[in-house]
Design a protein around this ligand. Structure first.
Ligand code: SF4
Length: 264
């Protein structure tokens, strides 16, 4: 895997996110949920930069991380924050417009893996499903029954591994609403390599995109998991809330509703 380390996007975003004058800004409490790609990038820099430069870079990453966290916290958890995350992700991924990216409509290699999403991504998908977008329920049941990182996901061309939102034409059926992980995955090797067993694939890592997703994951209450499980959980929560609103018994609401209805 090639890692492209480009400082241009950091320079582009810094004037917006960092104050011109130093100020007492609380650093992010924790970057414990940094993406594996961000960790790998940091380790690369640790190995190659002089100590003082590395310390400066870490300070910058932490500051940008804090700005992203603060920005995302302006939104309510759920679809609103999910869409804000998507907008920010698209903006930061805009830098790949200058690269020879091979990804295009219908190249579906990356839609046969275990895609992991945030609870805010899941809320956006729930809204999409609620609005009438069909899903392959059979495939969803198969994928939902798997453990995280199940070996089944390595059988990349299995029909069972197709994303539940992948259309028969090989295009994403929810492109405008796709999760943040799908937005940040781009390759520069020919698209055919993504569907060829054993072929080398060079994906592009955009540092700001990794900091952004790490910030989103670090917000209290944010969950992260496989697309189908997160979507099912989100839909179940919606069904439970609806049941409560209608006064119908549900696993969670049954006892209190029953208590209200029973005499004495
Ligand atoms: S949501 Fe769309 S882009 Fe993401 S894996 Fe599914 S079909 Fe592919």
């Amino acid at each position: 895997m090639n890692i492209t380390l480009d400082s241009a996007p950091l320079n582009r975003v810094l004037p917006e996110y960092l104050p011109a004058e130093p100020q007492s800004e609380n650093p992010p409490a924790s970057m414990a949920r940094a993406t594996p790609q961000l960790r790998a990038t940091v380790e690369q820099y640790r190995a190659t930069l002089p100590a003082a430069d590395f310390a400066g870079l870490i300070a910058t990453i932490r500051s940008v991380f804090g700005k992203y966290t603060a920005k995302l916290r302006e939104f309510q958890p759920g679809a609103d924050r999910g869409r804000a995350l998507h907008q920010l992700m698209d903006r930061e991924m805009g830098v790949v417009g200058n690269m020879p990216v091979a990804c295009g409509r219908g190249c579906l290699g990356c839609c046969h893996y275990e895609v992991e999403i945030t609870s805010d991504d899941a809320a956006v998908l729930k809204a999409v499903v609620k609005a009438g977008r069909g899903i392959d329920h059979e495939r969803m049941a198969v994928q939902a029954a798997r453990e995280r990182q199940s070996p089944e996901w390595r059988k990349s061309w299995s029909q069972d591994n197709r994303c539940v939102f992948l259309g028969e034409d090989g295009a994403c059926g929810i492109y405008g609403d796709r999760p943040s992980v799908c937005r940040k995955h781009v390759v520069t090797t020919p698209a055919a390599a993504c569907t060829t067993e054993g072929a080398a694939v060079a994906s592009v890592q955009v540092l700001l995109a990794e900091i952004l997703l790490s910030a989103a994951l670090s917000i209290e209450g944010t969950e992260f998991g496989s697309l189908v499980k997160m979507l099912l959980k989100s839909l179940a929560d919606m069904a439970a809330r609806r049941a409560v609103a209608l006064g119908a018994p549900s696993r969670n609401a049954g006892r209190s509703v029953a208590a209200r209805r029973s005499p004495g």
